[in-house]
Design a binder for this molecule. Structure first.
Ligand code: ATP
Ligand code: MG
Length: 443
């Protein structure tokens, strides 16, 4: 395990002044797993005032003084140094009523959520009081101490357990898992921002399918709108799974992209409310794209998600069933309306969705989507014209032919449409001729 230069400097200096200093939490966990770690959190026996005194010649930021955290800047590397502490009582299942500084590392480690997060390392030896190393080896997330009490103290830990299980692809130890499910209703007291942050990380993990399946009741606690999907039989030759399982598989089989995975989580959310049976006896879900889009936007707004995520998910869910066997011209129209970045994400959404369909439709669709994706890339890489900026004439040219106001963009868009569908080439001379013609027919 290799400490960063900043963390090593801090721990050595604390020791020189007679205090203890250890790297803790994510750094120790990920280093033992061989995962690169960017930042190191340090825990120390020194009080925040003593830490400030030891590092008086450095830049020190009093970032979280009331939790005992001081940030020390060592040559640009910012390390959070937190005094050994235990949390006071928890009235609200989330925020400790008070924080008490303590003198022992063991007490500090005891307050930490999971055994794999409760190890400390000072550059020489590893302190592992709760079997974190063995749990890492066996790929287990286990609460430190009594799981019920730990989740009652802070319900966010329920989602953290799921997040770590997903990201590390670990199992959750049975009594920890049982306590999570039993205490799921306490998640109501956790802020939407924290719930959203944990879910966002959880969605990107290798173990996401298992976590969203085994702990679906917890997911329905924070996103009740997904519950009707659970067990909803699709009655369709295209589907082998109920709506929820299909959803979860589509997430797990898609590219690890936050926008793509959030969009897939909600892409069919309103299928149950749109279900009808056709004359052929098969299930149909007319209109579920629009209804699912509206529902997703509502949920993401409730989570106070960023506008980029909301607007992109909205477009992706709306488009998720659009045809891919379309002409190059039609692909260019899509690119004009939504941009290359979103259309590439649409490819990823469609692939996740297709892969979780029944065989052989899954394979057939994947091939069609890959073909579509190839054409999208060709259009982009060849610099083919699909938006006004690509046209070899601009607004000034149109003006010089006597067009004014709204006419200018009207004429440009008309010409763009013809170029897009290869009716005329994107050559300046040709387009100027075309402007001349447009003027003559409007006089
Ligand atoms: P990452 O930074 O990759 O999300 P991390 O383990 O560093 O993982 P942080 O949220 O940065 O997670 O927290 C640092 C450490 O603080 C954790 O490893 C854990 O020991 C402790 N910790 C964080 N949140 C809680 C909590 N809600 N309850 C108990 N201990 C916690
Ligand atoms: Mg961290």
């Amino acid at each position: 395990m290799e400490l960063t230069i900043g963390a090593k400097t801090i721990i050595d200096k604390l020791k020189d002044h007679g205090y203890e200093g250890y790297a803790v939490g994510g750094f120790v966990r990920n280093s033992l797993l061989g995962i690169p770690v960017l930042d190191v959190d340090v825990t120390t026996s020194a009080t925040p005032e003593e830490v400030q005194e030891v590092f008086k010649d450095y830049k020190v930021y009093l970032t979280g003084l009331k939790h005992g955290t001081v940030t020390v800047n060592i040559g640009g590397e910012c390390v959070e140094v937190t005094t050994y502490r235990v949390d006071g009582g928890y009235q609200d299942n989330r925020h400790p009523d008070s924080v008490k500084f303590v003198k022992n590392l063991s007490e500090d480690l005891l307050r930490r959520d999971f055994t794999v997060n409760a190890m400390a390392y000072d550059g020489e030896s590893l302190v592992d009081l709760y079997g974190g190393r063995a749990d890492l080896k066996n790929k287990i997330i286990r609460a430190v101490g009594n799981p019920t009490l730990r989740f009652q103290e802070d319900a966010l830990r329920i989602l953290r357990a799921m997040r770590f299980a997903s990201v590390l692809d670990f199992e959750i130890e049975p009594s920890t898992a049982k306590a999570m499910i039993e205490n799921k209703s306490l998640l109501k007291s956790v802020s939407v921002e924290r719930v959203f942050e944990e879910l966002s990380k959880m969605l990107l993990g290798d173990g996401v399918e298992r976590v969203l399946t085994l702990y679906k009741e917890i997911i329905f606690e924070v996103i009740p709108e997904l519950k009707p999907c659970d067990g909803f039989f699709q009655n369709s030759i295209y589907h082998a799974y109920d709506v929820y399982i299909h959803t979860v598989k589509s997430v797990a089989l898609s590219k690890k992209d936050r926008v793509v995975r959030w969009a897939l989580l909600f892409h069919d959310i309103e299928k149950p409310s749109c279900y009808t049976v056709g004359k052929d006896g098969a299930g149909h879900f007319y209109g579920h794209q629009k209804k699912s889009t509206d529902r997703a936007v509502k949920i993401l707004k409730r989570f106070k998600a960023d506008n980029f995520l909301i607007s992109n998910c909205s477009a992706l869910i709306m488009l998720h069933d659009c045809k891919t066997e379309i002409s190059r011209g039609e692909i260019k129209r899509l690119l004009k309306s939504f941009g290359y970045g979103l259309i590439k994400r649409l490819v990823d959404v469609k692939l996740g969705d297709a892969l979780s369909h029944a065989s052989p439709y899954a394979e057939i669709r994947v091939e069609l989507i890959n073909d579509f994706s190839k054409k999208v890339d060709e259009i982009e890489n060849n610099g083919e014209c699909y938006k006004l900026k690509h046209l070899k004439i601009n607004g000034n040219d149109v003006k010089s032919f006597g067009f004014k106001g709204e006419e200018i963009s009207e004429v440009l868009n008309k010409i763009l449409l013809d170029v897009t569908f290869d009716k005329i080439p994107n050559e300046r001379e040709v387009l100027l001729d075309r402007l001349n013609y447009e003027r003559s027919i409007r006089k």
